[in-house]
Design a protein around this ligand. Structure first.
Ligand SMILES: [Zn+2]
Ligand SMILES: [Zn+2]
Ligand SMILES: [Zn+2]
Ligand SMILES: [Zn+2]
Ligand SMILES: [Zn+2]
Ligand SMILES: [Zn+2]
Ligand SMILES: [Zn+2]
Length: 437
């Protein structure tokens, strides 16, 4: 039994008031317990290991030396001498005193002030004397106490709003921004006296409201080349009323000519060029009456071309007849008109022409009986020669070729040649395939 066990037993026994032998657990007679000097000397002389041997202390010696050893034993638990209320084994004390003890003494390396460990935790990272880099990464290094002044007012990398457009910019780019800032104030380059025009509004000012900007005379499309500041324009207009008017009138006549040319082109584009004309003469009975009254009255068809780039032709009809047919026949003629492509064509005009009066009877009820006449142009006929530029309407070369007695007024009533008060006259020209191609 070691010393520790004996002490523990004695201690337990006294609190219970019953004494038992720690060896055999038999009750002891109190009267027989007495101090035994010899035995004590003997016990205190026993050789023992340190009570911290299990934690690693290798000390051993006589029991009476133990207390002295414990005063220096690296494994003995002791309170921190700074009274920080920590208890720890002696071996860990230096580390604690140096780094962890909240009551240790620390001196700030920057400001030289003394702190307890606790207070230093707070001071660290905020010491006004510590030298730090600017957080904007401008590269400057300074004591912490001047940092905020630097960041607000001195740092070249601080952000700052542009005073004109209010957008945020890094301080050292704000100057170059202001060369482009859309709200940067500018003085009118025309010296009209306007200052403080925002850059983005300048064009609008020059265009709409600058009194010094040069403007073009509103009669520029009529040919006036005058330019002057906006405010002088009304005087120019007053002084040049006559010349502006004459410019206008010549513009109008130029435009009239252009319109005529365009009309002619549109007509050319709209004429048929397939070698076939189907000419509807509507309001037939009224037109026959009119022809009777006016005598020798000729109606004209739309013009048409024999083929693309071919001969330009026109059919005419005397609804009350002419020549040998006058008064009782429908007469039909065709004539060659001066065309756009005459210089490219063979002359005289020599292709077979067929006139047809169409029977408008319903083909499902009876076979249509069209009236047809075909002729080969007489090469000596004046109108089939190449038209000359100087042709006029009284010239015999304008006389069409055709049939004064195409159909009698009597026959035209027999079938459905007139239907819904309209007749259809067809003229077709047989052009050989090789010419069309
Ligand atoms: Zn020890
Ligand atoms: Zn401590
Ligand atoms: Zn400090
Ligand atoms: Zn900075
Ligand atoms: Zn700006
Ligand atoms: Zn201006
Ligand atoms: Zn003008």
């Amino acid at each position: 039994m070691d010393y520790k066990a004996i002490l523990a037993n004695c201690h337990n026994s006294s609190s219970e008031g019953v004494f038992k032998c720690p060896e055999d657990q038999l009750p002891l007679d109190y009267a027989k317990i007495y101090p035994d000097r010899d035995l004590e000397t003997q016990v205190l002389g026993l050789s023992i290991r340190c009570i911290h041997s299990e934690e690693g202390c290798r000390w051993n010696g006589q029991l009476k030396q133990l207390q002295i050893h414990l005063n220096i034993c690296a494994f003995n638990v002791i309170p921190c001498p700074n009274r920080c209320s920590t208890k720890l084994i002696r071996r860990d004390l230096p580390e604690h005193m140096q780094h962890d003890c909240p009551k240790r003494k620390v001196r700030c390396e920057f400001c030289g002030s003394d702190f307890t460990g606790e207070a230093y935790e707070d001071h660290q990272g905020s010491c006004p004397q510590e030298s730090v880099y600017c957080e904007n990464k401008c590269g400057a290094r300074m004591m912490r106490r001047v940092l905020s002044q630097h960041s607000l007012a001195e740092c070249p990398k601080r952000t700052q709003p542009c005073p004109y457009c209010n957008k945020e910019f890094v301080f050292d780019t704000i100057q170059s921004h202001q060369y482009q800032c859309p709200r940067y104030p500018i003085t009118c380059p025309n010296q009209c006296g306007m200052a403080n025009i925002a850059r983005e509004d300048l064009n609008g000012h020059l265009k709409d409201s600058c009194s010094s900007a040069l403007v073009l005379c509103p009669f520029k499309d009529s040919g006036c080349k005058h330019r002057c500041p906006k405010i002088s324009m009304s005087r120019h207009l007053e002084e040049n009323m006559r010349s502006h008017l004459s410019m206008m009138s010549s513009l109008v006549s130029r435009q009239r000519q252009e319109i005529q040319d365009l009309k002619k082109q549109v007509e050319e584009l709209s004429v048929s060029s397939e070698g076939v004309l189907i000419w509807k003469i509507s309001d037939y009975s009224r037109k026959v009456q009119e022809a009777k009254v006016r005598g020798n009255f000729e109606s004209f068809s739309p013009v048409f071309y024999t083929h693309r780039y071919g001969y330009k032709l026109q059919v005419s009809a005397f609804l009350n007849g002419n020549g040998s047919g006058e008064g009782s026949y429908l007469s039909v003629y065709i004539r060659v008109l001066p065309g756009e492509y005459d210089n490219l064509l063979e002359w005289p005009f020599s292709y077979r022409v067929t006139f047809t009066l169409l029977d408008q009877s319903d083909p499902s009820l009876s076979k249509p009986q069209n009236i047809t006449e075909t002729f080969n142009p007489d090469p000596n006929w004046k109108n089939f020669q190449k038209p000359s530029g100087s042709r006029n309407s009284l010239d015999e070369s304008t006389l069409g070729f055709g049939y004064p007695k195409f159909i009698s007024h009597e026959d035209i009533r027999k079938r459905n040649y007139v239907r819904d008060n309209s007749i259809f006259l067809r003229a077709s020209v047989e052009i050989p395939q090789k010419i069309i191609a």
